[in-house]
Design a protein around this ligand. Structure first.
Ligand code: PPS
Length: 313
């Protein structure tokens, strides 16, 4: 197990404030029921995704061994990041680092801020994370850059619920007072930060066969961890022995992820409830029957003909 944070007090990381983290204030919008956001390239974003950080993420000098984990929020990004870091490091966590320190979220002006010079000086393989749709990916057009992109998607009912619990009262969402039903409406209308879930997921799904794109699902990682890890290793060119699979499965399971000082995110007080349920199907505790039926109809229409489907339980 990692001991990265043991023996030293957690670093003091300031909670989100517009003045500290939004960089420019005059384009911040207050939407329905006080929902704070800004638009970047016409897509709804949190205010800590700033024009200059976004620009840096798009113009980074990409190396052929760079890896970028990409997702719509609440899809298992940090779980996958933990798995990936341990795949790279033979089952261990990178020495002396936490997950937040070892993964680079370039478009964000909070918690992960690293300058271009720092990023250029990082040893390979660099691991980025991003919540951008395909056309806004780290490193520019994924079809033109050598970066390997690992996209993880999760069934949208669980995403909407996880996002509601995580973000609806977060300071970067303003003083949102809409409540669950309104949140779900905003999710379906693409008004939540990072825009429309269907457009986002399908933008990457469309390019799933590109040689540098690997599309994964949270539910597959949950139901067939070993197979998914082997496929990920195959895509990235890592040997994945049975022993390594066992070690990574054990260390990145939900309970250990929450406890391990490498991955528990305890250095970020605002994320004390980050690891909430970690299951498939917690949407059933939140959706009413009517909401579920309505959403299923939206899902059916939006996903029809795409060849993409999700397990909802
Ligand atoms: S974020 O904030 O967008 O980066 O969130 P993200 O990491 O994408 O997703 C958070 C959800 O993933 C769950 N999670 C896990 N599930 C199963 N196993 C493991 N190890 C694991 N680690 C994180 C986390 O609990 C969030 O989902 P919910 O449904 O809220 O529990």
């Amino acid at each position: 197990m990692s001991t990265a944070a043991e023996g030293s007090p957690p670093e003091a990381l300031p909670a989100y404030q517009d003045e500290l983290h939004a960089e420019v204030l005059d384009d911040i919008r207050i939407g329905e029921h006080g929902y704070k956001h800004r638009l970047i390239d016409g897509i709804v974003m949190p205010p800590y995704i700033t024009p200059s950080r976004y620009q840096l993420s798009r113009t980074l000098e990409i190396r052929p061994d760079d890896i970028c984990i990409t997702s719509y929020p609440k899809s298992g990004t940090n779980w996958l990041a933990n798995v990936l870091m341990r795949l790279i490091h033979g089952g261990e966590a990178p020495p002396g680092q936490t997950l937040r320190e070892s993964v680079h979220w370039v478009e964000s002006a909070i918690l992960y801020v690293r300058s271009k010079e720092e990023l250029d000086a990082m040893p390979s393989p660099r691991v980025f994370k991003s919540h951008m749709p395909f056309h806004m990916a780290v490193g520019g057009d994924p079809l033109e850059t050598p970066c390997r992109y690992v996209y993880i998607a999760r069934n949208p009912k669980d995403v909407a619920v996880s996002y509601f619990h995580f973000e609806s009262t977060a300071p970067w969402a303003g003083e949102y007072t809409g409540g669950w039903s309104h949140w779900l409406q905003m999710f379906v209308e693409g008004k939540l930060q990072r825009g429309d879930w269907f457009d986002h997921v399908l933008s990457w799904w469309k390019h799933r066969d590109a040689p540098n794109v690997h599309f994964m699902k949270y539910e597959d990682l949950s139901n067939d961890f070993d197979g998914e890890l082997r496929r990920l290793g195959g895509f990235l060119g890592y040997e994945v022995s049975d022993e390594l699979v066992g070690v990574i499965r054990e260390r990145t399971g939900f309970r250990n992820t929450k406890q391990d000082s490498f991955s528990n995110l305890h250095e970020i007080p605002a994320l004390s409830h980050f690891y909430r349920k970690g299951v498939i199907g917690s949407w059933k505790e939140q959706f009413t029957v009517l909401e579920s039926e309505w959403f299923d109809e939206v899902y059916r229409k939006r996903m029809q003909g795409t060849g993409l489907d999700f397990d909802f339980e």
